[in-house]
Design a binder for this molecule. Structure first.
Ligand SMILES: C[S@@+](CC[C@H](N)C(=O)[O-])C[C@H]1O[C@@H](n2cnc3c(N)ncnc32)[C@H](O)[C@@H]1O
Length: 216
């Protein structure tokens, strides 16, 4: 089913509008499709979106320059652009919104861009990547994504994602991580300090970067 969504003309309303659809995957896709052309300017100018910049520290600490990276929920490729600036070039983007991916594709930073729902099995073989990054997506998916990300990385590979403490707890991330730790599949190597991901538009909202490593 195709849903049409009209982008709010008020730029300030757009972050909340996209997020309001989070429980409904078709509506989320339609809203990000509608927002794609304006997304980069809106999140930079109105929100000062810090997710991509916050990813640089953990990425450079844990990932070699030639690491095969899956940017899961890549959107328009802001994380990929930031990492390309650090010398990473072996990156693949997946996202629910083809229009967001079209913007990412035009930046020529990903080897491949592919429309996929992170809540479904992803079309890559086990161990295809050295790292899965998922930045600014945890409000739209649940901890169900963590075992699938773990499948996609090889031993010693990393999962780097952002989430708020509330979403970590209530969105099933903590439970998923605990289960994989109990089964000796993953270890948690870093939970970063709180930062303000959207300091201009949502100064009350905090998040942390979580880093997981797959055990041998
Ligand atoms: C707030 S944006 C973040 C995009 C990008 N990571 C960034 O840092 O700018 C959230 C992204 O998650 C995508 N998304 C939401 N639900 C998804 C799902 N179930 N599967 C794949 N992508 C999804 C949206 O289409 C959107 O591009």
């Amino acid at each position: 089913m195709t849903i049409d969504e009209t982008l709010p003309s008020q730029r300030r309303a757009r972050v909340g509008w996209a997020y309001q659809a989070a429980e409904d995957v078709a509506r989320t896709e339609a809203r990000f499709d509608a927002w794609a052309d304006e997304y980069d300017a809106d999140v930079a100018e109105l929100c000062d979106w810090r997710g991509p910049a916050e990813t640089v520290g953990p990425a450079t600490r844990y990932l070699a320059a030639e690491a095969r990276i899956l940017d899961a929920g890549a959107g328009t490729g802001l994380v990929g652009e930031t990492l390309a600036g650090q010398g990473y070039s072996n990156m693949v983007a997946v996202d629910l919104s083809q229009r967001m991916l079209d913007v990412a594709h035009a930046k020529s930073i990903y080897r491949e861009t592919l429309r996929a729902d992170l809540m479904e099995p992803l079309p890559f073989p086990d161990g295809s990547f050295d790292a899965v990054l998922s930045i600014g997506t945890s409000g739209y998916v649940t901890g169900q994504v963590i075992p699938e990300f773990a499948r996609l990385i090889g031993p010693g590979g990393h999962i780097i994602y952002t989430t708020s403490d509330a979403r970590y707890r209530d969105g099933g991330f903590e439970a998923a991580v605990r289960a994989l730790q109990r089964d000796a599949i993953l270890e948690s190597v870093e939970i970063g300090p709180e930062f303000l991901p959207l300091p201009l538009s949502n100064p009350e909202h905090t998040a942390r970067i979580h880093v997981l490593r797959k055990l041998p």
